[in-house]
Design a binder for this molecule. Structure first.
Ligand SMILES: C[S@@+](CC[C@H](N)C(=O)[O-])C[C@H]1O[C@@H](n2cnc3c(N)ncnc32)[C@H](O)[C@@H]1O
Ligand code: SF4
Ligand code: SF4
Length: 346
């Protein structure tokens, strides 16, 4: 079932994906503009890093280089990206360069004033992280007092301002048994939800997983969670992960063949030190000034299930597969996108 909520959130994202297919060489970048954060999530270790915030001039330098190298889609992440005092100026500059800009946030800093600034910046999509519907459990996961109230307020404010908002929920030991109730809770708001699979990252600066305690989940339990998400999606809940990505993740757990990953060819990660990595999970840091995006030493890789890189990879794997996913999962969206594409081509 495709309903208005899914259309509303998905339309802008998938419009960009479709237009991305027209020029299939366009690239995506995940740019972490600071590692500083006001939460202490048990699944995350970025906040333990030596504090670093990218300034506006450095951010512009990165964006110019991305623009010259045919990047089109930009995620501004962190740390908590809204802590960066230049966040709105960075978004505005990226919009001037015609990037599709989206940002995940823990939602704690969003109020009316911030929402107005987001609107003014012309950001394309905001994802607010919500990991549980029970206040105490969400506080334990995030290490942030009163987090549920702050996050639900943030969602309401963003919706009131008619900003494109969705929810991100990271699966961990603390919420894996409550997925159905979390989805039911989120369904009460006018938003979609996307699940992030729990990963441990030690090899790049994007340190996730902490000591692993909350994110190392057995294969059978993880597969069971994925099957439950697929079931909820088929029941018509507003889950935006594609069936292809969810099934691809099951194939990963079963060590079966999967879609190729575009980490290091079409998808890249840049951190707060302006170092480029082929993806968030592996690779040696190379400063943006020295990085050649057209000459990456990419080797085929199937090593992980990180949503940020694997989900776009399943969609971008090839135009035929992507069209099949669209037709199967987003039929009305496809029609809308085609209309937009026709207008663009006129
Ligand atoms: C690193 S945060 C940065 C943006 C912002 N601070 C936030 O929490 O939304 C981006 C997303 O990564 C998720 N995340 C945290 N730890 C993770 C882990 N171990 N595996 C996968 N995703 C994780 C967060 O829950 C969040 O949704
Ligand atoms: S997941 Fe996001 S909110 Fe949580 S500690 Fe990491 S950067 Fe902060
Ligand atoms: S599968 Fe994972 S580790 Fe391999 S390139 Fe993709 S994102 Fe990186």
């Amino acid at each position: 079932m495709l309903n208005n909520k899914l259309l509303k959130c998905g339309e802008s994202v998938f419009r960009e994906i479709i237009s991305n297919f027209i020029d299939f060489d366009k690239k995506w970048c995940f740019f972490a503009i600071n590692n500083v954060c006001n939460s202490r999530c048990e699944t995350c270790s970025i906040w333990k890093e030596k504090p670093k915030i990218v300034g506006l001039e450095d951010a512009k330098k990165v964006l110019n280089k991305l623009y010259e190298n045919n990047f089109k889609i930009l995620q501004l992440t962190g740390g908590e990206p809204l802590i960066n005092p230049d966040f709105f100026e960075i978004v505005k500059y990226a919009k001037k360069l015609n990037f599709f800009v989206f940002a995940p946030t823990n939602g704690t800093l969003i109020n009316e004033k911030v929402a107005n600034k987001l609107k003014e910046s012309r950001i394309d999509q905001i994802s607010v992280s919500l990991h549980h519907y029970k206040p105490k459990i969400f506080e334990k996961i995030s290490g942030h007092k009163n987090i549920l109230k702050k996050v639900t307020n943030a969602i309401k404010i963003l919706e009131k301002k008619k900003l494109p908002v969705s929810v991100l929920c990271t699966i961990s030991k603390s919420n894996i048994n409550d997925i159905e109730d979390i989805v039911e809770f989120i369904d009460k708001f006018d938003v979609t939800v996307s699940f992030c699979m729990p990963v441990t990252i030690k090899d790049t600066s994007f340190h996730l997983g902490n000591n692993g305690e909350s994110v190392i989940i057995g294969k059978d339990e993880m597969k069971n969670a994925l099957l439950r998400i697929i079931k909820l999606k088929k029941q018509g809940y507003n889950i935006i992960n594609s069936l292809e990505y969810l099934r691809d993740t099951i194939r990963y757990l079963d060590k079966e063949n999967r879609y190729d990953c575009f980490g290091g060819t079409k998808l890249f990660y840049i951190d707060w030190n302006l170092n480029v990595y082929p993806c968030m999970c592996k690779g040696k840091p190379v400063n943006i000034d020295k990085y050649n995006f057209n000459n990456s030493n990419y080797k085929e890789c199937n090593k992980c299930m990180i949503q940020c890189f694997r989900e776009p990879s399943t969609l971008l794997s090839n135009q035929i597969e992507a069209s099949k996913i669209f037709i199967k999962e987003f039929p009305f969206l496809l029609l809308m996108c085609m209309e937009r594409v026709k207008t663009l081509l006129k």
